[in-house]
Design a protein around this ligand. Sequence first.
Ligand code: ZN
Ligand code: ZN
Length: 355
Amino acid sequence: VSGRLDRIRELLEQHEADSILLTHPAEIRWAVGFSGSNGLLCVTRESAHLITDGRYTGQAAEEVRSAHVHIPGHDLVGYIAEKHLLGSSCRVLISSDDVTLADHAKLEEKLRGHTLVPTSGLVTRLRGVKDESEIEKIRAAQALTERVFDHILPLIGPGVTEQDLAAEIVYEHLKGGASAMAFDPIVASGRRSALPHARASTKPFASGDVVLIDMGCYLDAYASDMTRTVVIAEVEQGIRAAYEAVLEAQLRAIEFLRAGVSTRDVDRAARSVLAEHGLAEYFTHSLGHGVGLQVHEWPRLSEQVEVEIPAGAVVTIEPGVYLPERFGIRIEDLVIVREDGCVVITRTPKELLVL
Ligand code: ZN
Ligand code: ZN
């Protein structure tokens, strides 16, 4: 985490503020390495203070080097005021993305004498640029997910249910060292694959089914995320054509992506390929998202969002088409954005796999 507080202090300069109060566990973890779920981090121009509760005494002492650790044993915000941990700060940045209106009212009341300045996406954007140690962790999480994929493939066949497979996915991830799943695995077969966020059901797989599998885990705090779509036994012609179109769209987006490209344009690069195949109306979600300490992070790769993607961002590229009552196809890889292009982290093959 070295250097990260300096980057936060640059934000203070840019926003003419004296301090920032971080409330989101992932932001605090990013800033000082603390992995507890309850804490506040005050960063002023001169100092940094982590305030947490008694459950985390040992953990905070072990994990946090760059901030003073406080365990007040009572209301954390009150303690900040009492001990003047924000110093003589006039303007204190807070993130309106994470603080509820109720919490904001409480902060205003307890931190009287400071002016709270609501901001959006500040530390989120810093976190969007990954350093090499973070990229290594994302690679390791993704490698685990790919080992799990190899393990479950032979299990897919007539009679086995979506839930059987989802259970196996969770078990293998945890056994492989994951601390948690990044989200409930999506296993959707046959017509259910046309629901982009279908939960695994008791439906058994059948010959001719498309099976869409989307899964990811947290390993060493960092997330993985991958989708593959396979077919059981025989492939209907329409499915193969749609699969080839989605793959072409995915490859086009990967070819197009490099530092400085806008989120909107990379989404459009994929969308235009699907339009050439008459499938654009079935691509009903955005192209991808950042991945890091959270599985869904800034930046969102969407037609609705115009953001320049920085070098060092790790994002998913996951176009899909969903033909109602017929089938759905999605292909999702993780990529690292570099100055001159992007590097695909995911190694699982993408050619249509017929089991
Ligand atoms: Zn996914
Ligand atoms: Zn994703």
